[in-house]
Design a binder for this molecule. Structure first.
Ligand SMILES: *[C@@H]1O[C@H](CO)[C@@H](O)[C@H](O)[C@H]1NC(C)=O
Ligand SMILES: *[C@@H]1O[C@H](CO)[C@@H](O)[C@H](O)[C@H]1NC(C)=O
Ligand SMILES: *[C@@H]1O[C@H](CO)[C@@H](O)[C@H](O)[C@H]1NC(C)=O
Ligand SMILES: *[C@@H]1O[C@H](CO)[C@@H](O)[C@H](O)[C@H]1NC(C)=O
Ligand SMILES: *[C@@H]1O[C@H](CO)[C@@H](O)[C@H](O)[C@H]1NC(C)=O
Ligand SMILES: *[C@@H]1O[C@H](CO)[C@@H](O)[C@H](O)[C@H]1NC(C)=O
Length: 185
């Protein structure tokens, strides 16, 4: 017969097991290319941002008991391509805050947003932050932020025409992004 003591120990043990989830492996960004146009009259006016991001986790949402049966609480590891182009007017800020979709995944979706860099005192026009959201179902998933800075983790090459292309520096690879659970979209 189980004593009260044993029962409360079992309750404690299962709560502790639920809390002791394996840690999340960070996301990994690779193949990032950010280019800006020359600005010459006959050439393309677009800036391009293209990168690959991988979530290596079998993502378990921390609150599976609160998700209804119409929602999934796990998603398999995914790798997506994230691409956007926009008319370059001289600074990334023209594009801050607009959410874009990454390539399709079977469960949930990936969204990325170019945001203002943290150091507003550095005036380099090629610095930017990326906010990444990996939704596992309609409204729950993980969010992470990456900071990109020319000379720090980006290296750039500009042609005589004025066309510039930036990639992640070799010494900043693999480029990890820590993610946290989020409930919003
Ligand atoms: C984005 O990069 C990927 C991987 O390098 C490439 O396959 C794809 O064609 C690129 N997309 C665009 C629109 O340039
Ligand atoms: C992260 O994914 C790994 C497998 O790639 C898995 O062992 C681990 O449980 C996952 N962590 C969470 C919190 O989902
Ligand atoms: C992103 O995908 C969602 C859902 O499929 C869609 O409603 C939205 O219009 C897409 N956004 C863009 C910028 O394509
Ligand atoms: C950069 O800014 C973001 C959003 O304001 C914040 O979450 C993050 O902690 C900041 N990072 C650093 C290194 O200051
Ligand atoms: C849950 O996963 C199933 C496939 O296993 C899929 O058909 C369904 O659309 C997913 N639901 C959500 C809300 O992502
Ligand atoms: C991610 O989190 C780990 C552990 O908290 C920390 O050591 C690491 O510096 C973080 N990485 C990034 C890219 O923020």
């Amino acid at each position: 017969m189980l004593s009260i003591f044993t029962l409360s120990f079992l309750a404690f043990a299962s709560a502790a097991m639920a809390a002791a989830r394996p840690p999340l492996k960070p996301w990994e960004i690779s193949d990032l290319i950010f280019s800006t146009p020359s600005g010459r009259p006959q050439s393309s006016p677009y800036s391009h941002l293209n990168f690959t991001v991988t979530d290596p986790n079998v993502s378990y949402l921390p609150t599976p008991s609160t998700t209804s049966d119409t929602k999934n609480s796990t998603a398999p590891p995914t790798t997506v391509q994230c691409y956007v182009q926009w008319v370059w007017l001289g600074k990334p800020e023209d594009f801050y805050g607009l959410p874009n979709n990454c390539s399709h995944v079977d469960h949930g979706r990936w969204i990325f947003t170019v945001t203002k860099p943290n150091q507003t005192d550095t005036s380099d026009m090629h610095d930017f932050n990326l906010r990444l959201v990996h939704l596992v179902n309609r409204d729950e998933g993980f969010v992470g932020e990456a900071q990109f800075s020319w000379g720090k983790n980006l290296r750039g090459i500009c042609a005589a025409s004025g066309f510039c292309q930036f990639v992640i520096r070799a010494d900043a690879l693999p480029f990890y992004v820590n993610q946290t659970y989020t409930r919003a979209g």
